[in-house]
Design a binder for this molecule. Structure first.
Ligand SMILES: NC(=O)c1ccc[n+]([C@@H]2O[C@H](COP(=O)([O-])OP(=O)(O)OC[C@H]3O[C@@H](n4cnc5c(N)ncnc54)[C@H](OP(=O)(O)O)[C@@H]3O)[C@@H](O)[C@H]2O)c1
Length: 330
């Protein structure tokens, strides 16, 4: 109840920000402490929260890499960013997050550019009402929201660790999750069912993928700590924003719920604020393995905090990626 009132009133939490804080506000406040020449990869930056995150980080002087499946849309975002910030450097490379082969190609192309990598924002996502499969024959929501990002992070991790060691600037990885992760019950989270569900339910599949995003953060944070790497990883819930991901759910009920709930919705700039806070704020320097909402550290579900569940998901994911890459027909 207290949390709901805090959200509705936009009351600031310990960070000094709250639900009504915008990405622009957060980045302006961090401006003096943001090192120059940072490079960030932001997935899903062709629309919604990702596009706003890219715009605001570029305005703060960060070089932006946009991996996109729709290169035309990415070019429009680049034009908009450069209209506002003429000196901004924006690089577009092709990716289909739902395809391991495509993620692999993107990483090879990015690494061939020999750029540093300070920030990786795993933001791209889908919320599909119908059961679809990726070219790797994995359920599309899980393939796009979780599996592609897990593989992308793995392929770019050495570059981030190397950049941090060379520059002395701590690397930051951010997985954009959702509060909806807390809807998943322990007995509803079974790896084989995630890949190939018997009774598909789009909301359940989406919630499961968002839980997997947090478990990924938890386990990766432990690996990075054990490796003594100067790279942190955190998860964020951006808030509820009427972007493409929600507009895809047309219909009387969805529209009515959104009409009634319109006072609870964030603007896109408010939706991008937590990502920008975790990406730029000096207060988050060194914080790893945590979950943030409304620009403040927050509680995720017990299941998302379960170390053994995170370890199990990590192992199963590694095995699956290996099988899909090296024995694709098995
Ligand atoms: N909006 C909300 O209320 C809300 C709430 C909680 C969490 N989130 C999370 O916030 C993140 C951003 O979502 P959004 O609301 O900004 O939605 P959005 O406007 O629909 O943006 C989704 C982005 O993901 C990209 N994408 C989807 N599938 C892809 C694929 N296979 N390969 C490459 N890119 C792909 C889209 O590219 P295209 O332009 O090519 O479609 C788009 O750029 C998502 O992770 C979502 O789960 C959103």
């Amino acid at each position: 109840m207290k949390e709901t009132l805090r959200y509705l009133a936009g009351i600031a939490g310990p960070s000094g920000y709250g639900s009504k804080s915008t990405a622009e506000q957060v980045s302006q406040d961090c401006c003096s402490s943001v090192p120059s020449h940072l490079t960030a990869i932001i997935t899903g930056a062709t629309s919604g929260i990702g596009a706003e995150t890219a715009r605001v980080l570029a305005k703060s002087g960060v070089r932006i890499v946009i991996p996109a499946r729709d290169l035309g849309k990415a070019a429009e975002v680049k034009d908009e960013i450069q209209r506002e910030s003429p000196k901004a450097e924006v690089i577009i490379l092709e990716i289909d997050l739902s395809s391991l082969a495509s993620v692999n190609r993107f990483c090879s192309e990015f690494l061939a550019l020999r750029l540093p990598l300070n920030i990786l924002i795993n933001n791209g996502g889908v919320f599909s009402q119908a059961l679809e499969y990726s070219e790797d024959k994995v359920e599309m929501t899980f393939a796009t929201n979780y599996l592609g990002h897990h593989f992308l992070t793995e392929k770019l991790l050495d570059k981030m660790v190397e950049t941090a060691a060379q520059t002395g600037i701590r690397g930051r990885i951010i997985n954009v999750s959702s509060v909806i992760h807390s809807w998943v019950k322990r007995d509803g989270f079974c790896f084989n069912q995630l890949l190939n569900p018997k009774n598909y339910n789009g909301t359940r599949a989406y919630a499961q993928s968002k839980l997997a995003n947090i478990l990924h953060v938890k386990e990766l944070a432990r690996h990075l700590k054990a490796r003594n790497a100067r790279v942190s990883v955190n998860a964020v819930h951006p808030g509820i924003v009427k972007t493409g991901i929600i507009r895809a759910h047309k219909g009387f009920i969805t529209d009515s719920v959104f009409f009634i709930a319109s006072k609870l919705l964030k603007s896109t700039s408010q939706g991008a604020s937590t990502t920008c806070y975790v990406a730029l704020s000096p207060e988050v320097e060194g914080v790893s393995g945590k979950y943030f909402a409304d620009c403040n550290e927050s509680d995720c579900s017990n299941l998302a905090n379960d170390e053994s569940e995170a370890r199990k998901l990590w192992k199963q994911t590694r095995l699956l990626i290996h099988r899909l890459l090296y024995q694709p027909t098995a």
